[in-house]
Design a protein around this ligand. Sequence first.
Ligand code: SF4
Length: 376
Amino acid sequence: MHWVDEFRDPALAPRWAQRVAALAEPGRTYRIMEFCGGHTHVVHRHGLPALLPPAVKLIHGPGCPVCVLPVGRLDLAIELARAGGVTLCTYGDALRVPASGGMTLLRARAQGADVRLVHSAAEALRLAQQQPQREVVLLALGFETTTPATALVVQQAEQAGLRNFSVLVNHVLTPAAMQAILADRQTPALDGILGPAHVSVVTGARAFEPVARAHRLPIVVTGFEPLDVLQALVLLLQQVRQGRGDVAIQYRRAVSWAGNERAQALIEAVFERREAFEWRGLGTLPHSALRLRPRYAAWDAERRFGLRDRAVPEPKGCRCPEVLRGACAPRDCRLFGRACTPEHPVGACMVSSEGACAAEYAYGLAGRAGAREVPA
Ligand code: SF4
């Protein structure tokens, strides 16, 4: 497949890995965070750590949408789903993430709640049109990648005068998470970041310029094939050697400097920043998440149902908060592969294939024997 196969060429991978090795100065360690869960998946799936010199350490970041959703927000969704007359719609991975007491949306459905798996925000909107006697709530989550689709259905609901549709908004902002990680004392000092690609398609690579400038840290927006990651590592190490801290784009076949300006305008029209939002693992971060503007209050599930945030502890023994900050590796968690597996996840990082624990369980650091696929 054009644009894919040439970035998976097994003959080229060792050559790019050699270029990385040639740039690594003796006696130095390079800590590079792959911010996005998609990159974590690629790194493990293709056994990239085994190709890289030991001096280059890849550290997982928080870029998995369901992983950063705190337990308290999931509790709200479950509470709503159990309320009479409500149909709760959401995307696949969110159904299996454990909330308080190990409850999940999937279990709530098994107990009679009307929980629907949707593949798009538009599907949830259609459901509301088809069943006007029920309240249909979309549990919307994710980074800037999924935000435009949510904005669009809210505008469409307004245009159609649809009053039985609302959105529980959990859209978060990537640059805020990067700033929080770089300020966190438990996260090891980083030499560079593999920047998120899907997010950058919307925001443009320029969204990360303030982060790179503030921390003098190279950020290279990277694609999702193994050669993309290896090329990005070359670009990162070149910057480190030159003492630079700039934003660069490796994934030029999809990402531009300015991004999708129509999508940005749509987000701006429908959403405003929350003063603060709690992230799993990163704590409460100012101006790091979105909510609907007052004009769209009628479609805001929080206002409509009087929902209030509450702080809820992580499952006992789960180290997801540290995994998400790069402060520990999945295998440092005593529950990894024992009490916590993709079939029976204890924490959010074991649920989605983009979660660091799930990726490491499925593929192992260098293609562990018996490694298994994460269930969809
Ligand atoms: Fe949490 Fe499971 Fe990962 Fe441990 S292995 S940090 S319990 S998700």
